[in-house]
Design a protein around this ligand. Sequence first.
Ligand SMILES: C[S@@+](CC[C@H](N)C(=O)[O-])C[C@H]1O[C@@H](n2cnc3c(N)ncnc32)[C@H](O)[C@@H]1O
Length: 408
Amino acid sequence: MSPKVLFVCVENSCRSQMAEGFARLHGDNVVEAWSAGSKPSGKINDTAVQVMKERGVDLTRQSSKGLPDLPKVKWDYVFTMGCGDACPTLPAKLREDWAIPDPKNLSTDEFRQVRDQIEKKILDLIREIKGAPHVDQTKEKVKEFVRDRYAKIAGGKKQSCCGTKEDSCCGTKEDSCCGSQNTETCCSDSKSLGYSVEELKDAPEGADLGLGCGNPQAIANLKAGEVVLDLGSGAGIDCFLAAKRVGAQGHVIGIDMTHEMLSKARENAKKGNFPNTEFRLGEIEHLPVADNSVDVIISNCVVNLSPDKPQVFKEAFRVLKSGGRLAISDVVATAALPEDAKKDLALYAGCMAGAVAIPELEAMLASAGFKDVRIQPKDSSREFIRDWAPGRKIEDYVVSANITGRKA
Ligand SMILES: C[S@@+](CC[C@H](N)C(=O)[O-])C[C@H]1O[C@@H](n2cnc3c(N)ncnc32)[C@H](O)[C@@H]1O
């Protein structure tokens, strides 16, 4: 049985409602979430409704409840949102105050910051609950390792490509040979992935960390006005290129589970002035995106990193509109990796050991509901994959591929 979690604030109009919404979004089947207010206002705050809608959560489906309206159950967790002395002390196995500031009188942008703070707390909570012994700990460990690696890449001075090398030529303007002013001579990496120099000039400085393994724009056939979702957006390179293509009437959403990457992408969006692009914190296995709301899903070298790929494709199918398209670049296995490589977490986080064979991938996509699935391996990619783990001969086992499909 899922643990029962109660979120409490004073008016039950913003913080606890947002926490309940995120717990349902990210932790459905993991927790049973409720919210209540010690002095309920009877209505849900309009700004909370607006900023949660941006995350694909419809708060209008929830109701504002007071403590006496709650079912008489034993709570496993009670989290108060920062109501200080006004917080009730309800019995529970674990009680904690999250000290979330009350956003009621804040601007919409500040409200969004509080929303993101709550979302992070919920993701941490879900992760912690999933870490309980009955849940597959290996998958969580793998994710933690991957998150840690990309946090370091986002925050570090020296950047490295998708691979295991710590010192590579890809990075931010200040400390590497690749920057938008130098793409022609230096960034053969990005060019060998299929990006044109012209295209790269459209992205803000620092958005291209050289972490991809292809160019999803080349297969996505994006049109003006479309809604695009990028799974594992990193510092935002593909989101910014997509944003130019879909134009002001279109909208681009990047999802990433690594806070440090998200901050970098948001900074880049501000720097480059991309009002049609937003970045959301989340896991691609539990997308913070509404059902049937996206025209095209792109992704660049990310699905291989997920320890639960069938769930990623299930989620991708859920959020696509009918007629929507999947257009991703990713690595696939052309031969079974040696056992020692399969167990090597650095090779996993470096986009190699998590690659699955093409027939297996086809079966996952078909079982999620995708039609017209096409997986085209690119033999030429072995050349740059060789540099990801020099001497390990990984290029004999994995290649980059274009993966497309359609929701009928
Ligand atoms: C190899 S990088 C690719 C980044 C970006 N697509 C690019 O081409 O620059 C992988 C990115 O996916 C994110 N990521 C990995 N696994 C994820 C998951 N399960 N959910 C959400 N993001 C994930 C990482 O944080 C990282 O930013």
